[in-house]
Design a protein around this ligand. Structure first.
Ligand SMILES: NC(=O)C1=CN([C@@H]2O[C@H](COP(=O)(O)OP(=O)(O)OC[C@H]3O[C@@H](n4cnc5c(N)ncnc54)[C@H](O)[C@@H]3O)[C@@H](O)[C@H]2O)[C@H](O)CC1
Ligand SMILES: [K+]
Length: 528
């Protein structure tokens, strides 16, 4: 599914209004209905349905507030006890928002204009009793920090016991950046219209939006698949289509040989974990190149892989290149980096790899730190054979010679700019990993949880991407598939363990299960 910034959403909305003559009021009404439907799903209903339940709706002066007033009217019609708090003078509401104010004023719902401190007690009581709190303060029109008075009320909303639903985007979260200046509404659910906004995946946005529900509000589907939009969020259906088909007569040769250059003294685990990631993602033949001093250890820990002992006792040295080259014959993919250690000698091996190996190459961890010392090496690849880089923000900061804060502030822009510049697929890891393609497209990954913040999970991901490449998946899709399933594996483990205490090996072990579930879901769809 495509993901848009505020300007792109407005253009789509304008097109629908002008080309098909759909009145904007109709879009607002549909938006309101989408929110009402979600409220009906969220609030546990008694025999009486929503009747008698309490709702508080915080309304701003723009069209987001207009949506909120339309929701308020519908909730009154459903029998709810509705209190609307307007954070503007009523005459400031214009157009569709003003009309919805008028319609609401014709119902039995209560409405208060909040001008300062004096309504604080009333508001606090209403919020304490509300089954649902609806945030219609600001939508995609907000820039900068929330006004001071609203901020104080937002803090109250964040302490309210009821279910909090944000309309379009949590108020206080900037639609284009996800930036939160001081505070924002912490929603349990965000119902967003047309297409999801960048801010739901960037900055602090993901911490505030809760579950995201997307409703097309009757905007034509053809506008929502606009070619000009180059940011996407990965969904089950997209990723399922990337899984390579297994043929009945397939064998280890057709499932691909992959080379993993990894490990050093004290970090043999990195090669083992990356190896597990590869094996659990279906690689046909895995060959690990490791320094002499640990080769036996790695061999004993991962029986299914062939391990080649290469020059270098504790770390691979310059001579290791010959082993890498020999083993890479007929390889479909190569990954280098996990656990290599800060070993300056390996730079020349990387240089040879980039110059001479023709299959797709994944660079991770220490390989990236070494490249950061000589970023010009990336141009050796010149787009030949596919290049994938999988940095976390620290590694990306070193590669770009800037601070981690710079990376985090501009994740999307930097990932895309560097993917284009380096002619590489860039997997910028984080709570929402971004996969950027050299053609300028970017994909947000919605799977995964904080349980992945543990040593070794990155190694598993590298191995998994290696395996998808070895099976013939294109570099961009191998990155998407690897990242998405890795996150899903963690989400599967979270069902049992919550967000901590599962291990990188367990993440690897879950990959076939989540891949299978995804394939099976597709079959179910086809059976109707
Ligand atoms: N996308 C769609 O198809 C539809 C969207 N709808 C809803 O409309 C809002 C966008 O409405 P808009 O009036 O443009 O913006 P806001 O409601 O967010 O209000 C902006 C309002 O606030 C002022 N402002 C901006 N920043 C600040 C600030 N930091 N402090 C104070 N005031 C600020 C700004 O000047 C404006 O006056 C969208 O999100 C949807 O909810 C339609 O209803 C349905 C179709
Ligand atoms: K909102």
């Amino acid at each position: 599914m495509r993901v848009v910034n505020a300007e792109q959403m407005r253009q789509i909305e304008e097109k629908a209004i002008h080309h098909y003559g759909i009145p904007s009021l109709l879009l607002m009404e549909n938006a309101a209905w989408a929110v009402v439907e979600e409220i009906r799903r969220c609030i546990p209903k008694g025999k009486e349905g929503l009747n008698g339940r309490k709702a508080v709706i915080l309304v701003g002066k723009g069209n987001n507030g207009g949506d909120g007033l339309a929701v308020a009217r519908h909730l009154v019609f459903q029998g709810m006890d509705v209190t609307v708090l307007v954070f503007a003078a009523l005459k400031e509401l214009k157009g569709d928002a003003a009309l919805n104010l008028h319609l609401f004023q014709g119902t039995t719902g209560k409405l208060f204009v909040i001008e300062g401190e004096k309504q604080r007690r009333l508001t606090r009581l209403a919020l304490a009793q509300a089954d649902v709190v609806i945030d219609a303060l600001f939508g995609i029109g907000m820039r900068g920090a929330l006004p001071g008075l609203i901020e104080e009320y937002v803090d109250e909303v964040n302490c309210a016991p009821g279910w909090v639903v944000s309309i379009d985007i949590p108020s206080g979260v900037e639609a284009n950046t996800g930036k939160v200046y001081r505070t924002a509404v912490r929603a349990q659910t965000t119902v967003t219209f047309g297409l999801p906004k960048w801010g739901l995946f960037l900055g602090e946005g993901p911490e505030y939006c809760g579950r995201v529900v997307v409703d097309p509000i009757s905007i034509p589907e053809s506008y929502l698949v606009e070619e000009g939009i180059s940011t996407f969020v990965l969904m089950d259906d997209d990723v399922r289509d990337m899984i390579p088909i297994r043929h009945l007569k397939g064998h280890k040769g057709t499932h691909g040989k992959g080379i993993l250059v990894a490990g050093s003294k004290g970090m043999s685990g990195a090669s083992v974990l990356a190896g597990k990631g590869a094996l659990r993602s279906g690689i046909g033949l895995l060959q690990i190149v490791a320094p002499q001093g640990i080769a036996k250890e790695v061999d004993a820990s991962i029986t299914e892989a062939t391990v080649w002992s290469a020059p270098g006792e504790d770390f691979l040295n310059e001579e290791a290149w010959h082993v890498v080259l020999k083993q890479s014959e007929k390889a479909k993919a190569l990954a280098a980096g996990p656990g290599l250690g800060e070993n300056i000698e390996f730079i020349s091996v990387l240089e040879e790899i980039l110059k001479n190996i023709s299959c797709p190459i994944v660079l991770d961890a220490d390989a990236l730190n070494l490249i950061a010392l000589e970023p010009g090496l990336l141009s050796l690849r010149n787009g030949r054979g596919g290049l994938l880089l999988t940095p976390h923000p620290g590694e990306m900061a070193r590669l770009c010679q800037c601070s981690v804060e710079d990376i985090e502030r501009n994740r999307l822009d930097i990932a895309v700019a560097k993917a284009v510049e380096w002619e590489a697929v860039v997997v910028l890891k984080g709570s929402v990993t971004i996969i950027a393609s050299p053609d300028g497209r970017a994909f947000f990954n919605p799977t995964g949880n904080p349980g992945l913040g543990a040593g070794g999970t990155g190694d598993v991901l590298t191995g998994s991407i290696l395996a998808w490449l070895a099976q013939g998946v294109s570099p961009l899709e191998a990155a998407c598939l690897g990242v998405y399933l890795h996150g899903k594996a963690a989400d599967e483990l979270a069902k049992e363990f919550g967000w901590s205490g599962f291990t990188a090996s367990e993440v690897a072990d879950q990959i076939p299960k989540v891949r299978r579930a995804l394939e099976y879901k597709g079959l179910e769809g086809k059976r109707g």
